[in-house]
Design a protein around this ligand. Structure first.
Ligand SMILES: C=C(O[C@@H]1C=C(C(=O)O)C=C[C@H]1O)C(=O)O
Length: 381
């Protein structure tokens, strides 16, 4: 354990030498962790038995970056107080930023084209996105990271820096895969409305249907996987993500072979929460029609097979404070949403939304504006 000052000095040194590193805090946790690569070399994932922090692009055929535990220093600190965190309304709103009418027109016509293709029966759902360039007043990634930590305690907050990928930051609400011992968990997340102080809200049938598509797709695919058994789901509930609410179903199960995560990850990514349904035709539409490259947006990132020590006290009499220690490997991967790439004093913010037959282009534009708020609120002083 180190202190905040030392922690950020290490990150600063790493940034200056352009050595790969990642700093992050998992949802609801207090400790802020980092893996600092000790050499300037590029590591990639092979079969998902590797151990470290993974960073994957949207393109499921492209290789996945890794900061390996084996060649990195691990460091962490505990912020002294959380008093300032997650407080009220940010002083800045997405509406304080100017919008380009061109961006709006382009996005609305992309969405309309998606709706037309759905009505023609080509696919049932497609997730369409855009990227928006924003000037950053203080483009220091460490300052932005600290603001994200403050503002989003329930998100997976990260700062990733690698000479081959550039600098990325995000605060995502969406779990791709949690796995420990023989248990795993994933999530079907879709449907969006603005949070106005209440999580017990009504959802329109369009949103309910859209989220159900995601749940059903994940369940069908999991059921076909040799390595998976005892699948269970929670009831759909409203989950808060910053200024937004989504519909969420948790999906849990067991792994017959906990060492083999590769087939599960490949089955889950990309889910219809970020791509569409059926996957192949939606993906083709995205590649042919979005006018930007998603790069790492709507890919995934997080801990892969990180060794964790679990301590358990025995309550039995005559065994004072006896502790059982066991080492397990933990995987916690998140879908890379509400994220941005920092470059030359500018941020490229990536936002998108799921389109179904009942979508409306102007509403979908507004949804991306609302989603851009997550990153914009930390880009000004
Ligand atoms: C695609 C994004 O978010 C996804 C799409 C959602 C939707 O269509 O309502 C909701 C949550 C995410 O699964 C994004 O944030 O860019």
């Amino acid at each position: 354990m180190t202190n905040a000052e030392e922690f950020y000095k290490k990150l600063r040194d790493q940034l200056q030498s352009d050595f790969p590193f990642v700093a992050y805090r998992k949802p609801g946790e207090i400790l802020v962790k980092a893996l600092l690569q000790e050499e300037k070399k590029t590591f990639k994932i092979g079969d998902y038995t590797e151990c470290g922090f993974a960073f994957a692009p949207f393109d499921a055929n492209a290789s996945v970056y890794l900061i390996p535990s084996e060649y990195s220093e691990f460091t962490q600190y505990q912020p002294i107080s959380r008093e300032e965190e997650a407080l009220g309304n940010p002083s800045v709103s997405a509406f304080d930023f100017e919008f380009s009418e061109m961006d709006q027109k382009d996005h609305e016509s992309l969405v309309q084209k998606g709706i037309d293709h759905i009505r023609d029966g080509e696919f049932k759902k497609v997730v369409l996105s855009r990227s928006e360039e924003v000037m950053v007043l203080d483009p220091d990634p460490l300052q932005i990271f600290k603001k994200l930590l403050d503002r989003y305690p329930q998100a997976m907050v990260y700062l990733w820096s690698h000479p081959e990928t550039g600098i990325w930051l995000g605060a995502t609400p969406e779990t791709l895969l949690k796995a420990e011992r023989n248990k795993f968990q994933t999530m079907a997340l879709a449907g969006t409305q603005v949070f106005s102080g209440e999580t017990d809200v009504e959802w329109e049938s369009k949103e309910v249907e859209e989220q159900l598509f995601v749940t059903d797709f994940i369940l069908e695919n999991l059921e076909n996987l040799e390595n998976v058994e005892n699948i269970k789901t929670t009831r759909p509930y409203s989950a808060r993500a910053g200024n937004l609410l989504h519909i969420c179903t948790d999906i849990l199960g067991n792994l017959k072979d906990p060492e083999n995560l590769g087939s599960l990850i490949k089955t889950l990514h990309p889910t219809p929460a970020v791509c569409g349904l059926p996957r192949d035709s939606a993906l083709r539409f995205i590649i042919q029609n979005e006018n930007h490259s998603r790069e790492f947006y709507s890919g995934f990132m997080g801990e892969l097979n990180i060794k964790t020590e679990n301590k358990r006290s025995s309550n039995r009499r005559n065994q004072e404070n006896q502790q059982f220690k066991s080492i397990t490997k933990q995987t916690e991967l998140y879908v890379n949403l509400r994220c941005m790439k920092l470059k030359d004093g500018k941020a490229n913010i990536f936002v998108g939304g799921g389109i179904t037959k009942d979508s409306n282009a102007a509403d979908e534009w507004m949804e991306t504006v609302n989603k851009s708020q997550t990153m914009k609120s930390v880009l000004v002083k």
